[in-house]
Design a protein around this ligand. Structure first.
Ligand SMILES: Cc1cc2nc3c(=O)[nH]c(=O)nc-3n(C[C@H](O)[C@H](O)[C@H](O)COP(=O)(O)OP(=O)(O)OC[C@H]3O[C@@H](n4cnc5c(N)ncnc54)[C@H](O)[C@@H]3O)c2cc1C
Length: 419
């Protein structure tokens, strides 16, 4: 896509911290507006896939394509049902189907989305192996970015897209803490051809397994090479598990305590064995076997974090660095992209940077904090207080779900309109 001239943004010197979903999108959008952009990513190589699957409402993919953020042929698996299942004594293998809930989601490979965004950021802009250690507001509104290597470049605007444990958020709002929700998301994936010999219930769409104290979600995403061919897809899954002693859970097989997440392959063997055992007790055998066969499973602690604002002076937050919502709303990646698009639109439609940032801050703070409240509400209904679906039919499931979902529909509509 060619540059879209913006008098306000032309020549603005912008530093971006973080080169993942949100950081790449901010960089693409602001380079196209004519800004002079430098992106700092602490990781020394291209980012490895973090998780396998991302679900977004279908209208969103079209908007990404129209805006040339992703290729028109980006592979995804379309699901039109969200089947809610509960293990029963009679239906131990596949479970009792409480509700084939109509719901459209496009399911992407996280790495596929990232690579589409990354290749649109010029290499001259994206600097790897660059860890930012502090931000300093200078007189005249400029911001100095202190790097671990001792350099301190200055910018007119700094956008912190540095994830849920954001240095930017801690600098702007030291009083804001992320709140552990009391449970983790245990994740993994397996190549589809590892499950040979059985017709896949997953062909019909997303399968959601409820159990006392949580639920698990299983769905196909394109394989690592983007393939959608049967056998080459990935079976992607995430299972919510209450964890009281988070530090013990996040202690890896070498005895190191991680902050917030355990990367693939790091989980202590007794922890992983116990999770796999619990899966057999809670879920239909077909799904427990998928978790059992998955190598190098990984996990994230689930947090909530609302923020008082998205900017202070010339430092802004974007993506998970801003408000951080639980993943139940499947809106995390969308939120980061949305923050970036909204920033670019605001710079395009206002005559001064100050006005543009004020408008953007107000809108993103309200929208994204709502998303956090909504994720919290969903977590309560779908994890902490999940009812026994084996005692419910489609009509009672629909009634229960409608009572917890009203805000979600409004929010997705609002997000789809914005992008
Ligand atoms: C368990 C879980 C499940 C999810 N499921 C979904 C889903 O189904 N659908 C969906 O849409 N979203 C989902 N998400 C959310 C989605 O993955 C994230 O919201 C998205 O990746 C956020 O992108 P980001 O760019 O804001 O942050 P991140 O992806 O966290 O990237 C932050 C980047 O900043 C870099 N960085 C950090 N600090 C520094 C520093 N000091 N200097 C330089 N670089 C730095 C990091 O290396 C990293 O590359 C899920 C998230 C979680 C945790």
């Amino acid at each position: 896509m060619s540059k879209i001239a913006s008098d306000t943004a032309q020549g603005l010197k912008v530093g971006i911290i973080g080169g993942s979903i949100a950081g790449c999108t901010v960089a693409i959008e602001l380079v196209r507006l004519g800004c002079d952009v430098t992106l700092f990513e602490r990781t020394g190589e291209e980012l490895k896939d973090r998780g396998a699957g991302i679900g977004v409402p279908p209208s969103v993919i079209n908007t990404f394509i129209t805006r040339d953020l992703v290729d028109a042929d980006i592979p995804y698996f379309s699901s039109h049902t969200f089947t809610r299942i509960w293990r029963t004594a009679q239906e131990r293998r596949y479970g009792y189907i409480a509700w084939d809930q109509p719901a459209s989601l496009d399911l992407l490979n996280w790495g596929g989305l990232y690579r589409n965004l990354r290749k649109r950021v010029p290499d001259s802009v994206y600097r790897t192996g660059q860890r930012v250690v502090a931000l300093h507001e200078q007189s005249g509104g400029r911001v100095a970015v202190e790097m671990a290597n001792g350099e301190t470049p200055e910018f007119d605007l700094v956008v912190c897209a540095d994830g849920y444990a954001s240095l930017g958020r801690r600098t702007l709002f030291p009083e804001v803490a992320i709140q552990y929700a009391g449970y983790v998301l245990w994740r993994g994936f397996i190549m589809e051809d590892e499950l040979r010999g059985e017709s896949h219930p997953l062909n019909s769409g997303v399968r959601c397994l409820g159990y006392p104290g949580g639920h698990g979600i299983f769905y196909f995403v394109p394989g690592p090479d983007g393939s959608l061919a049967p056998g080459n897809r990935l079976v992607n899954w995430g299972v919510y598990v209450p964890v009281a002693d988070l530090a013990a859970f996040l202690t890896d097989k070498e005895g190191k305590v991680h902050e917030g997440s355990l990367p693939p392959g790091a989980m202590a063997i007794p922890t992983e064995t116990a999770l796999k055992q619990k899966a057999y007790e809670r879920m239909p055998d077909y799904y427990a076997e998928i978790t059992d066969k998955s190598p190098n499973t990984f996990a994230y602690a689930i947090y909530d974090c609302q923020v008082p604002a998205y900017r202070k002076g010339r430092i802004c937050l974007a993506g998970d660095a801003g408000a951080f919502a639980r993943p139940h709303s499947a809106a995390g990646a969308l939120k980061g992209i949305n923050d970036a698009i909204a920033l670019s639109e605001s710079l395009k439609t206002h005559t001064s940077v100050e006005e543009a940032l004020t408008h953007w801050d107000k809108t993103q703070t309200a929208t994204d904090n709502n998303l956090v409240r909504f994720g919290n509400q969903l977590g309560h209904a779908l994890v902490k207080e999940i009812p026994d679906w084996s005692k419910m039919d489609a009509a009672s499931m629909e009634k229960w779900f409608t009572s917890i979902i009203t805000i979600q529909t409004e929010m997705f509509d609002a997000n789809a309109r914005k992008v």
